[in-house]
Design a binder for this molecule. Structure first.
Ligand code: COA
Ligand code: AMP
Length: 632
């Protein structure tokens, strides 16, 4: 069957389609049906089935006689380490860790925060939680203590599992002080913390609260897998919304298993025994779906990579790993390829390695610019597949399904909707737009298995954020269009979310931090185009009257403030002081117009602007920072 037939099969009988897909999962009790309509736009999948994620990702492969195959390969060019774990070893390690967590009182439904860098133990921690039916929430290492504290208060974990440190090129990230600071700031306190001591930095444990990863496993009884209901949350993953309060995306167990298993074969063409690598971080959705769960559920080999595309130690590190581990499908963000291309425009590093096992390169996380795709196509000689998805969906909304059929690539498009996704382009009133017309991208409800079930402790926010604007649809927050062949084009966000180096960030959250500076009366943060990172945040400050300190000094302080409050990952480095911000007569800041000016694009003077002269001041300030060239 080709793509059209597979998509058609889903359209004509979604229930049968997903029940068939569910057969690829091991159930303690099979579900009686796929979709459970809870009313008011709320849906669940496979709710009455009983199933365990860890069983499907680990134990069943050992049972099937593949226990000696490598499950996880750790590649850390930063520590010069390469180490593999078989499925059998992984099973023993995860069962032991789960047993130790259980002995300390962790049970089904308890939340556990995981704050770890790219070490295999991060995956083991996730799987150990899943083994017990505990709900993990992984927090990215590039966030500051304050962000961790916000997540602690929101999901109220019984335990936190953390590493002593992370390693960035030339810098040790001191996780333990960040963790201690976050627990101090948070209102909720965990019962205990498990600390994985790395040899690069051994942390001091807090007596009575902290236990060591190895020590607390001593003598414990390994835990078996605990089957849970299909709609039981597997994890919570926080992602940026329009405010400083992140959204806790809830992923339920059964839909997640079914969708990831389906996607591994049909999108990435990966089956048991194949080798797959997604160069992302466990703190992001790509890390959840395609470093940890997807490849392991499929029985494939995954790679945990602690390094960067360049500088650890060179721009050939991706190709070396692909060669040495005979990777069949590789997944990264366009920004990583742009970084490599900048250092290696002629692909000299690529030529040094034998990449004959590589069959496809997948890109996601941000818009893949055609130049980067063409460069990769030319030098790698394999299909370069852009695909589009979000933390909320957990797997591809649109892709070129390599395991079904390789469709013609259209540069600038992540290709076509996957089964389960009925994608429509709508105008402001919710009416469908004709082909090649820009509009809001929405997905007809229900969303497929594996997508978010709700937001943690915030069902009203879930409905308001995603379901209210277009009744009967999920609002993606992206704008774009569909061509007459059904190919999608994702152009921009419709909200205050920006995408910096494939990382999703909220300008609203940054504005909240800037506004907390005592000299700042008002501010705005916009995302400006950046050749490497796609976008970079840029802040405008209006100072309180009477403040006459040097502007440079205030800008530096705000840059530090964002780094301290949100974290280095915010990459907030550009800031300028202006007298006023351009606004509509009703007081709304005209951020979209400011972005157009910054990027040197032509713009229409907004009819509702309060005082057009302000735009000239904005232009001058941007030019001083090297932005706002003439419209090209
Ligand atoms: N822990 C602590 N700090 C981190 C971190 C982590 N896990 N990840 C990033 N940071 C820090 C970086 O050290 C950097 O700090 P600095 O301001 O002191 O230099 C800052 O956060 C910004 O990081 P980043 O935007 O990633 O920029 P970079 O200059 O370190 O690297 C690239 C640039 C393009 C090489 C890098 O962004 C990259 O590899 N991107 C790929 C992104 C990706 O895979 N995203 C996954 C989404 S699918
Ligand atoms: P995240 O939740 O971090 O995965 O970010 C999701 C957002 O990243 C989407 O809503 C898009 O704005 C953007 N995005 C992800 N993949 C693509 C893609 N292939 N093309 C364009 N934008 C993308």
């Amino acid at each position: 069957m080709g793509y059209k037939e597979v998509y058609g099969a889903w359209q004509s009988d979604p229930e049968a389609f997903w029940m068939k897909a569910a057969e690829a999962i091991d159930w303690a009790k099979p579900p009686s049906k796929a979709l459970f309509d809870k009313g008011d736009g709320m849906f669940e999948w496979f709710s009455d089935g009983m199933v365990n994620t860890c069983w499907n990702a680990v134990d069943r492969h050992v049972e099937a006689g593949r226990g000696d195959e490598i499950a996880i390969m750790h590649e850390s060019p930063i520590t010069h380490a390469t180490k593999g774990f078989t499925y059998r070893e992984l099973q023993a390690r995860v069962a032991s860790l789960a047993g130790a967590l259980r002995a300390r009182g962790i049970e089904k439904g308890d939340r556990v925060i995981i704050y770890m860098p790219m070490v295999p133990e991060a995956l083991e921690a996730m799987l150990a939680c899943a083994r017990l039916g505990a709900v993990h929430s992984v927090v990215f290492g590039g966030f500051a203590a304050n962000e961790l504290a916000v997540r602690i208060d929101d999901c109220t974990p019984k335990a936190i599992i953390a590493a002593s440190c992370g390693l960035e090129p030339g810098r040790v990230v001191h996780y333990k002080p960040l963790l201690d600071g976050a627990i101090e700031q948070a209102r909720h306190k965990p019962d205990f913390c498990v600390i994985f001591q790395r040899e690069q930095e051994v942390a001091k444990l807090v007596e009575g609260r902290d236990v060591s990863w190895h020590g607390f496993q001593y003598g414990v009884e390994p835990a078996d897998c605990v089957p849970v209901e299909g709609n039981h949350p597997c994890y919570i993953l926080y992602t940026s919304g329009t405010t400083g309060q992140p959204k806790g995306v809830v992923r339920s167990t059964a839909g997640h298993l079914v969708a990831l298993q389906w996607s591994m074969k049909n999108i990435y063409n990966i089956e048991a025994g194949d080798r797959f690598w997604a160069a992302s971080d466990v703190g992001w959705v790509v890390g959840h779906s395609y470093i940890c769960y997807g490849p392991l559920i499929a029985g494939a080999q995954t790679v945990v990579f602690e390094g960067k595309p360049i500088g650890t130690p060179h721009a050939g590190v991706f190709w070396r790993i692909i060669q040495n581990h005979r990777i069949k499908s590789f997944f990264t963000a366009p920004t990583a390829l742009r970084a490599i291309r900048r250092e290696d425009p002629e692909g000299e590093w690529i030529k040094r390695y034998k990449l004959h096992d590589l069959q496809a390169l997948f890109l996601a996380g941000e818009r893949a610019d055609p130049d980067t795709i063409k460069w990769a196509q030319k030098h790698l000689g394999v299909p370069v597949i852009d695909h589009w998805w979000q933390t909320e969906t957990g797997w591809g909304i649109a892709a070129n399904p390599m395991g079904i059929e390789e469709l013609p690539v259209k540069l600038g498009s992540p290709s076509v909707p996957m089964p389960g996704y009925d994608v429509r382009i709508l105008d402001e009133g919710g009416h469908e737009l004709p082909p090649d017309t820009l509009g809001a991208i929405a997905i007809k409800l229900p969303l497929p298995p594996g997508t978010l079930q709700t937001l943690w402790n915030a069902e009203a926010r879930y409905k308001k954020s995603y379901l209210t604007q277009f009744p009967g649809y999920y609002e993606t927050g992206d704008a774009g269009m569909k061509d007459k062949d059904g190919y999608l084009y994702i152009m921009s966000r419709t909200d205050d979310v920006i995408n910096v180096a494939g990382h999703r960030l909220s300008t609203g959250a940054m504005e909240e931090v800037l506004a907390s500076h005592p000299d700042v009366a008002e501010c705005a943060v916009i995302g400006v185009a950046d050749a490497l990172k796609g976008q970079m945040p840029l802040g405008f400050l209006c100072l309180s009257s009477g403040v006459n300190r040097p502007h440079d000094e205030i800008c530096k302080e705000t840059v530090k403030l964002v780094r301290d409050k949100i974290g280095p990952v915010a990459a907030f480095k550009l800031c300028t002081v202006v007298d006023r911000l351009p606004k509509t007569r009703s007081g709304k800041i005209l951020r979209a117009t400011m972005v157009k000016i910054a990027d040197g694009e032509s713009y229409k003077m907004p009819a509702t602007i309060d005082d057009p002269a302000i735009l000239d001041e904005i232009k001058r300030a941007l030019r001083a920072l090297g932005y706002a060239g003439e419209p090209g």
